[in-house]
Design a protein around this ligand. Structure first.
Ligand SMILES: *Cc1c(COP(=O)(O)O)cnc(C)c1O
Length: 367
């Protein structure tokens, strides 16, 4: 029965040609600017090293959140520049970064205090984060001059550190908050006597919607994976193709009577006698537990709706008007159903659905 058990499991297909296609779109938008691909959180759930290798010819560097992620990439043989967003805390971490040619971001004065003044074994390339309005991490404009000066004079740090900032609202139709951030970024750099470092401002939404933001590097993430970077429109509007497709199989079809409730908590009550499909996927695989009745799901390419509570291993589907048989393919999201639709229905964003993919899901990577 090997074939049957194999047939029943949830499968995540990763399409590397779509990834490279999306990188090409980022490249076109970037113009002369260089690209740092965001591959943190396991490459947004797509497999960090797989994504890094696939993008080797398409991007100019990679960006991770933690030192550990950077070390994993080096171990996998990645030789490109790697920026570590959370940076380092203390001498030992700074030495680890220097040894592996990882480039930490300094965003808080406690990091400068902790890093010491005796060097790191090897020269350390660093980035300095300016908080231009997101108010999460980064030196404020009033702290920035001192922080930059202190860091650029630090023993063991390469001259002319790069500066980056991050947009809080570049995905929204209102352009003003982002325009304001760009302005704060530029005026903060002007306070430095002779700045000669590199700069970076744009995430995916900034890259596509704010060409005037400039900078030497752009930092796309979600667009590379085919998610919509904006709160409006669709990923396809920008020519982006989904990289991940999550499928499973229909493992049962039930006929429930009028008034019968389906699944935990009896959330869905059949308004009439109706067929209900059971698909082998649940929140244990990364399907969102908060998907309400009506969340779209494809049965053999036909658009159907999730009904009843999502459980750990199963979801139930309204099969009224749907032609279906046990064993049929279910697409949760991917090439035929945009992940953004499922995310919106479930009260979240594509980023979270992608990052949430569990290790139980069988992965298949195609070139
Ligand atoms: C994750 C991240 C990005 C990429 O953002 P997207 O919205 O996925 O394009 C860029 N910059 C920073 C600082 C990030 O943390």
């Amino acid at each position: 029965m090997l074939a049957l058990s194999k047939m029943r499991r949830a499968e995540l297909r990763i399409d590397l040609s779509a990834l490279r296609h999306n990188a090409e779109i980022a490249r076109r938008a970037a113009g002369e600017r260089k690209i740092l691909a965001a591959v943190k959180a396991d490459g947004y759930g797509h497999g960090m090293s797989t994504v890094a290798q696939a993008l080797r010819e398409s991007v100019d560097g990679l960006m991770v959140a933690t030192l550990g992620e950077g070390e994993v990439l080096r171990q996998a043989g990645v030789t490109q520049r790697i920026i570590v967003l959370q940076g380092v805390m203390g001498q030992a971490e700074a030495r680890r970064a220097a040894q592996r040619f990882l480039e930490p971001v300094f965003h808080h004065v406690s990091q400068i205090d902790a890093v010491g003044t005796v060097g790191f074994g090897l020269p350390l390339t660093i980035w300095i984060k300016l908080d231009s309005g997101m108010h999460r991490v980064g030196f404020t404009p009033s702290e920035f001059h001192d922080a930059y000066t202190r860091l650029s004079r630090l023993r063991g740090v390469r001259p002319n550190p790069a500066v980056l900032t991050h947009f809080a609202r570049a995905d929204e139709p209102d352009r003003h908050p982002t325009e304001r951030q760009i302005q704060v970024f530029n005026t903060s750099l002007d306070t430095l006597d002779s700045f000669a470092g590199e700069t970076s401002l744009c995430n995916s939404a900034g890259l596509l919607a704010f060409p005037e933001a400039g900078g030497d590097w752009v930092r796309p993430g979600i667009m590379l994976y085919g998610g919509n970077p904006f709160v409006t429109g669709t990923a396809a509007d920008h020519g982006l193709r989904p990289v991940m497709t999550l499928t499973t199989r229909l493992i049962a079809i039930r006929h429930v009577a009028h008034g019968e409730a389906v699944g935990y908590g009896g959330r869905f009550v059949a308004p009439e006698a109706m067929p209900v499909g059971v698909a082998a996927i649940g929140y244990g695989d990364g399907y969102p537990r908060h998907a309400p009745d009506g969340t779209p799901i494809l049965v053999n390419g036909q658009r159907a709706a999730v009904i009843g509570r999502v459980s750990m291993d199963l979801v139930t589907i309204d099969l009224r008007g749907i032609t279906a048989q046990v064993g049929d393919e279910i697409e949760c999201w991917g090439t035929q159903l945009p992940i953004d639709e499922v995310a919106a229905s479930s009260g979240t964003i594509s980023y979270e659905l992608m990052c949430q993919m569990s290790g139980r899901v069988h992965r298949m990577v195609t070139d």
